[in-house]
Write a protein that binds this ligand. Structure first.
Ligand code: SF4
Length: 204
C-alpha cells in the first residue's frame, strides 16, 4: 500500500511531452511557501495499492500517448517501498521518469541506489522561496536538474531554454488543480483576480 493523492494527464509543464503526473502524499521537509502543503500529512483517503495506481496509469496509457512520468508530491522518496513498486512497471511504458524530491541526490545515492537506476531525471533539494525565479522545472535556484540518464538531456533542452516556467490548470470534480512552478505571489494574484470576478477560492 502507498499514499498517492493524484494522478493527472496530460501534464505538459513538468517535463517534455504529455506526461502522467503522480502526486505522492506525505512530506517531512515542510518548506515555507510549498505549493502543496495539503500533501504534507499522509491521509487515509489517499491510501491505495500499487495495483490501483498502476491500473489507472495503464488505463490512461491504453488510450493516450504517454511521453513520460513526473512523480512529485509530497516527496516520493518518503515512500521508498512504494517507489520501488511503481518504477519498474512505469518504465515499461516510458523510460522518461522525472522525480521531484526535497532530499539531496548524494543522500539518495547512498540510501536508494536501486531506485535511482530507474529514474531518468531527478530534481533535488528543498524549495527555498527566496530563490524562486520562476525558472523552467525548478521551484528555486538551489534545486538541481540531474540527468541520471544522459540520453534524455536532448529531449529536455527545449523546455530548459524557456525563459520562465508555465502553469497548467486541471478542472477536476470538485474544483481546479493548478500544476507547475508558481511564483511566490501566485496565490495573492489569483485571489485578487477571483475577487474581481466575484469568485471565492477554497483550499483543499
Ligand atoms: S519538499 Fe516539495 S512537497 Fe515537500 S515541503 Fe518542500 S516543496 Fe513541499
Amino acid at each position: 500500500m502507498m499514499y498517492v493523492a493524484r494522478i493527472l494527464y496530460p501534464v505538459e509543464v513538468l517535463g517534455p511531452g504529455k506526461r502522467i503526473g503522480i502526486w505522492f502524499d506525505g512530506c517531512i521537509h515542510h518548506c515555507p511557501g510549498c505549493s502543496n502543503p495539503e500533501l504534507w500529512e499522509q491521509q487515509e483517503r489517499y491510501h491505495v495499492s500499487a495495483e490501483t495506481v498502476l491500473k489507472m496509469v495503464r488505463l490512461i496509457a491504453q488510450e493516450n500517448p504517454v511521453d513520460g512520468f513526473t512523480l512529485t508530491g509530497g516527496d516520493p522518496f518518503l515512500q521508498p517501498e512504494a517507489l520501488g513498486e511503481l518504477l519498474e512497471p512505469l518504465s515499461r511504458i516510458s523510460r522518461d521518469i522525472l522525480v521531484y524530491t526535497g532530499y539531496l541526490y548524494e543522500e539518495l545515492k547512498e540510501r536508494y541506489p536501486h531506485l535511482l537506476e530507474w529514474i531518468a531525471v531527478l530534481i533535488d533539494g528543498p524549495y527555498l522561496e527566496a530563490g524562486n525565479r520562476a525558472l523552467p522545472l525548478i521551484g528555486s535556484d538551489n534545486q538541481r536538474i540531474i540527468f541520471l540518464q544522459e540520453n534524455l538531456r536532448e529531449q529536455y533542452a527545449p523546455i530548459l531554454r524557456r525563459q520562465t516556467s508555465r502553469i497548467q490548470n486541471f478542472r477536476v470534480r470538485d474544483g481546479v488543480i493548478s500544476v507547475g512552478i508558481h511564483r511566490p505571489d501566485y496565490e495573492e494574484r489569483l485571489a485578487e483576480a477571483a475577487q474581481r470576478k466575484g469568485l471565492e477560492i477554497k483550499h483543499e
